[in-house]
Design a protein around this ligand. Structure first.
Ligand SMILES: [Zn+2]
Length: 238
């Protein structure tokens, strides 16, 4: 597979199945994770996993996924400690954030657009991991998927107002929001170490060969699927 993105990060690999993964996260034996691209022929889950999705509403609702629930519930984050569930978030410019606590073994998938970040969906997700599953922030690792980057994400004053200047770039009187930088700041504010946070550095709008982009292609664009799952029958890792 040709590496076509101009922002290609050495730590991100495009596998033969057209799915992007972080190499650093491949060392975790307890999980599978990935981000589909236009090169992904099928979004069928890996054998042994059941796909869990939410009806994404650009809010901060957190859904705890378990084996009994078949309805698609409204929310923008999924959390589970149950093995064999593939927590899946659909995006086409918004930032997908995956969280993993190896011990206790708990995962999350979060849909982060500007509305969700303003509503503090990251803090709400970590609160659920902590209160329901006993996860502590120092054990949490985070991995970002492809999203629209600051190069392309021009926004109005109404959008940037709640965010600090570290996440906003001004250029020729125009404003650009950096979703990944803002998500990183919110993770750090929740107590997660910056050294545990992996960026994607793929801009969905810049690379039409690999990514769907709402900003570029409008409301009829396709979606990327961003997933994480706890492998069945795996021992807890440290
Ligand atoms: Zn761009």
């Amino acid at each position: 597979m040709k590496q076509s993105s101009k922002n290609w990060s050495a730590s991100v690999i495009l596998s033969g199945s057209g799915i992007l993964r972080h190499e650093e996260w491949d060392r975790w034996t307890g999980i599978i994770h990935g981000f589909t691209t236009k090169a992904t022929p099928s979004t069928d889950p890996d054998a042994g996993f059941r796909t869990i999705r939410v009806k994404q509403v650009h809010g901060c609702g957190v859904v705890i996924a378990d084996t009994s629930e078949d309805d698609i519930r409204p929310g923008d984050a999924l959390v589970t400690s149950t093995q064999g569930l593939l927590l899946t978030i659909a995006t086409a410019d918004c930032l997908p954030v995956l969280l993993y606590s190896p011990s206790p073994s708990v995962i999350a998938a979060i849909h982060c657009g500007w509305r969700g970040l303003r509503a503090e969906v990251i803090a709400q997700t970590f609160k659920t991991m902590h209160e329901k599953f006993g996860v502590t922030s120092e054990r949490v690792h985070a991995c970002f998927g492809p999203a629209i980057e600051a190069c392309c994400y021009e926004v109005g004053l109404d959008v940037v107002t709640p965010f600090g200047e570290k996440s906003v770039t001004k250029k020729d009187g125009r404003l650009f929001l950096d979703l990944a930088r803002e998500a990183c700041l919110q993770l750090v504010a929740a107590g997660i170490a910056e050294s545990h946070i992996l960026f994607s550095h793929h801009c969905t709008k810049c690379d039409p060969s690999l990514f769907h982009s709402y900003r570029r292609d409008g409301s009829r664009t396709g979606r990327q699927y961003n997933f994480i799952g706890l492998r069945p029958h795996n021992r807890q890792e440290q």
